[in-house]
Design a protein. Structure first.
Lengths: 804, 108
């Protein structure tokens, strides 16, 4: 297999890998080294994190699962120190050597730090990665006064974020006006006035020559002799390509790693992409050109003929609350240019387009950036603007769709992902899309910076015409087959008395008559939740594991995990399992995380036979249901145990096994607060205390590690059962399908759940519905053994000899 | 030009479950048969075009599509094409139904 190695794990590089995975005809062995201890995240959104609009989880573009799914070997927290271009291998700072056939350098850039005395003091940082963000957020809790050096794009975004964090912020700028490379003096002064109104303070035309203080920064000294105090200094003067590894390995480096139009460096089979690369003497720092480079590089590496990358014209916008600003191309008049201007000082709107020889060469928009995509297209395509009205939006009171109608199909709507109006319209028509969510999902439009979302929505409205439903477009539907939300679906099921998955899709006019893997399992769940014991489960609407009552493994074999209530077994059962494992030549026998025994690698056709010989119930290790109740030894044997944890665990598992729930539910029972069963990270955890039990809920030990919250403290085992039944039923009735309890509690609020469950009457009603639902379940393995039709439909293998 | 066709009987039509896969092996290749709601029968290679493979018989069937059970790719039963945003194609087989007999046609 061809070996592809990438140094760097950032947006440009990983996008290139995504493109490669999409078009590569042969499987590749991919290795990625990332210096940061994280998967690829959306660096554009760092300022949103700082400004408190989002969190780190939400800006991850490629979660760790993505690397796994695509068989990519990822080394995080590890950087490559040397490339041996002769032997075609890289060597990491941990001494790891990896050979390559093709190597991509995508090391990005670092903040440019002023080389002045004191720049290495504590409390001085750049603004480039999540670590910088975290450091600023932490500083804001302890300190009061921040100084940002640099009044450009990055500096102002950082400053706005620090204001949000409650710090006093001063911005120091070398030049007489802010963002002087993107804005003319009028726009610049409007911006300054707006930011001053927001609480930012400015020191213009100041050159910092020293950072003063002992270990930690205490202030800044300027060239004119003045100085100011500071507890935190953020340097946001610019970026510097991270070229060290290339330089040290003898690859030609200027400001960045020099590449040709196919992103090839001076070394054979070594490519560079993104902020570390210098193409035709330009180092790009914006996402759109980097993605364009990635596309060309991907095609090059996959051996597909491709047009060369010939450079990009870029536009900039500022991501600061309350400021709408856009700029592209040239800024200053030079005698050969003429300006077209709109200046509405009263409403704070300023637009200026620079024209040379009937062509737009520069754009500055402040306060209203609706025209930006259209003007940018005219600029980048060098269109003749004779007779064209430049600022349409001021006179068209109709807004929205008028602009869309006149927009050519090849106009770029989402600059980050290179999605045109035509592509969006086509996706809407071909796939019958009706919501913004769906459009983003199908086309990638709006998935990076999100600025184009209003425009995408306008295109949706325009394309759908009368069928456009503004409310529907914004809401989250169950899936692409419908515009109906979960709440509407449940209301319709109740109101119209719908009783089968097919009927739901039919009556509610599903666009795909037979649904998809998102809606069908969900509808099946909601029907069972509403109709309780009257509903007949639709087995074919369940996904493979639940349909087969076994976990499918990646090679098409299955795993068998028998039920062992409370994790308690017997010598006789163990012998039986051992014998069966031998008889069926089970490749792997393993204790699972939930105190069970798993038999892995079982052939489909062997399942019913094995189940029969086991003569044990299914452990449901595959279901959206109660998985396992882990228990500690407890008062029966342990000298610390205050309660009988095994007995309670077994009782809980026997009562709730097989119950359908929106997502899997795990429980743990510990007999004392030492908590050997790890009840604190279970969906429901029970901890024995003197004279009673504490019930913890919404814990999670998985991807979103979360400690459980105390729901209630009760006296007896009967109380435990009553509270647990009511809690589970309330979760079943109000959670979205596939929403874990931890997410559900965070969404609806723990206090809300507590309030609901405080009423004895409510608890009673919930428990009645729970009990009625529990009546319908039968043991699935036994059912399969008994039924020839189930065996034949799901577990048989049919072999036909050729020529028969 | 004369075209030779091999017709292999692979199943009884009445045995095929609706909206579920039915795997048959002919001369070493595993084929997944799907009888869809409108009664048509399709045959495709029982192997997901996802780089990591996996079987298709256990996938959820919707109209003339099947969803790969392991990676959730939507695959056309008619032409084997993987639907956007994923890409790929699975081999299709020509199927003939005559009375209660289901045949796979091999062009040779």
């Amino acid at each position: 297999m061809k070996k592809l190695v990438m140094i760097g794990n950032g947006m440009a590089g990983v996008r290139t890998i995504e493109e490669i995975l999409n078009i590569s005809k042969e499987p590749l062995e991919i290795t990625i080294f990332g210096q940061e201890p994280h998967p690829n995240y959306n660096r554009i959104k760092l300022s949103n994190i700082l400004q408190g609009d989002t969190n780190f989880e939400e800006i991850i573009i490629n979660p760790l699962d993505w690397y796994k799914e695509n068989n990519i070997q990822l080394f995080t927290g590890e950087s490559v120190t040397k490339i041996d271009v002769e032997a075609k291998k890289v060597i990491s700072d941990q001494g790891r050597e990896v050979e390559y056939d093709d190597l991509i350098i995508a090391t990005g850039s670092n903040s440019f730090m002023l080389p002045i005395p004191g720049a290495d003091k504590m409390g001085v940082t750049g603004f480039r990665d999540i670590k910088d963000c975290e450091m600023m957020i932490k500083s804001a809790k302890q300190y009061k006064k921040a100084v940002v050096i640099g009044g450009g794009l990055l500096g102002l975004e950082a400053a706005r974020g620090l204001l949000n964090l409650g710090m006093k912020v001063e911005v120091v700028h070398l030049m007489p006006s802010l963002m002087e490379r993107q804005l003319d003096p009028i726009a610049s002064s409007l911006l300054k006035a707006e930011l001053e109104a927001q609480g930012m303070r400015f020191l213009m035309e100041k050159e910092t020559i020293e950072i003063i203080g002992d270990e930690r920064v205490a202030g800044l000294r300027f060239k004119d002799g003045s100085h100011i105090p500071a507890d935190l200094v953020v340097m946001a003067i610019g970026i510097k390509s991270n070229t060290m590894v290339a330089k040290d390995s003898g690859i030609f480096v200027n400001r960045g790693i020099v590449v040709n139009d196919y992103m090839e460096t001076s070394a054979p089979s070594v490519y560079a992409v993104g902020e570390c690369a210098e193409h035709r003497e330009i180092v790009y720092g914006l996402v759109a050109p980097l993605y364009e480079q990635g596309k060309v590089l991907a095609e090059r590496i996959c051996g597909i003929e491709t047009a060369p990358y010939e450079g990009s014209v870029t536009g900039t916008q500022l991501k600061v609350a309350g400021v709408d600003l856009y700029s592209a191309g040239e800024i200053f008049e030079d005698g050969s240019t003429k300006s077209i201007m709109v200046y509405n000082e009263y409403e704070g709107i300023y637009k200026r387009v620079l024209v040379r020889n009937n062509r737009i060469v520069g754009i500055v928009l402040y306060g209203d950036t609706k025209d930006s995509t259209r003007l940018f297209r005219m600029l980048s395509k060098n269109e003749d603007i004779t007779g064209v009205s430049i600022f349409e939006s001021q006179c068209s009171a109709e807004g929205g769709s008028g602009d869309i109608a006149s927009m050519p199909n090849d106009e770029l709507v989402c600059g980050c992902n290179g999605v045109t109006k035509g592509a969006i319209v086509e996706a809407i028509k071909a796939q019958g899309l009706t919501t913004l969510d769906q459009v983003s999902h199908c086309t990638n439009a709006g998935r990076s910076c999100g600025r184009c979302k209003p425009m995408v929505n306008d295109i949706l409205a325009y394309t759908l015409g009368d069928q456009f439903d503004a409310d529907a477009a914004q809401k989250t539907s169950i899936c692409g087959c419908t515009t109906i939300s979960r709440e509407e679906l449940i209301a319709e099921i109740k109101e119209k008395g719908l009783t089968s998955v097919k009927e739901v899709m039919n009556v509610l006019e599903w666009k795909n008559e037979e649904g998809c893997t998102k809606c069908r399992p969900a509808i099946n769940y909601y029907l069972g939740m509403v109709h309780m014991d009257e509903y007949k489960d639709d087995r074919d609407s369940r996904l493979v594991n639940e349909k087969m009552h076994a976990n499918i493994q990646k090679d098409g074999t299955y795993s068998v995990v028998p039920r062992m209530y409370g994790g308690v077994t017997t010598a006789a059962d163990l012998k039986k399992i051992a014998e069966i494992a031998e008889k069926y030549e089970v490749p792997l026998v393993k204790l699972t995380g939930g105190q069970r025994i798993g038999l892995f690698g079982v052939k489909k056709e062997d399942l019913p036979g094995m189940w029969k010989e086991l003569d044990m119930p299914s452990g449901y290790a595959y279901g959206k249901t109660l998985r396992t109740v882990k228990t500690c030894v407890g008062a029966q044997f342990c000298r610390y145990g205050t309660q009988d944890s095994m007995a309670l665990g077994i009782e809980l598992e026997k009562k709730f096994e097989r119950l359908d729930t929106p997502h899997k539910v795990k429980m743990g029972v510990s007999a004392c607060p030492r908590n050997c069963s790890e009840a604190g990270i279970k969906d429901i955890g029970f901890v024995g205390i003197d004279g009673g039990w504490e019930i913890y809920v919404a814990g999670n030990g998985g991807v979103d590690l979360r400690a459980g919250d105390l729901l209630a403290t009760v006296k007896t085992e009967a109380d435990v059962m009553e509270m647990t039944g009511a809690y589970m039923q309330y979760y079943r009735e109000t959670a979205n399908y596939l929403e874990r309890t931890s997410k559900w509690v965070e969404r609806v609020g723990l206090e809300h759940v507590k309030e609901v469950l405080a009423s004895e009457e409510t608890r009673k009603a919930l428990n009645e519905r729970m009990d009625q639902t529990l009546k319908k379940y039968i043991e699935p393995w036994n059912e399969a053994i008994q039924s020839e039709s189930i065996k034949d439909k799901y577990y048989a293998v049919h072999t036909v000899k050729a020529g028969e | 030009m004369i075209e030779t066709k091999t017709r292999t009987l692979v199943a009884n039509y009445s045995d095929l479950p609706v909206r579920a896969g039915y795997a048959v092996t002919i001369a070493g290749s595993e084929i997944a048969l799907f009888k869809v709601t409108n009664g048509k029968v399709f045959g495709i290679e029982n192997r997901s075009p996802h780089p990591k493979g996996g079987v298709l018989t256990e996938g959820l069937v919707s109209g003339e599509y099947v969803f790969c059970p392991v990676y959730d790719w939507k695959i056309s039963l008619a032409n084997g094409k993987v639907q956007a945003p994923d890409e790929g194609q699975v081999k299709t087989y020509q199927v003939e139904v005559e009375a209660d007999n289901v045949y796979i046609i091999n062009k040779g």
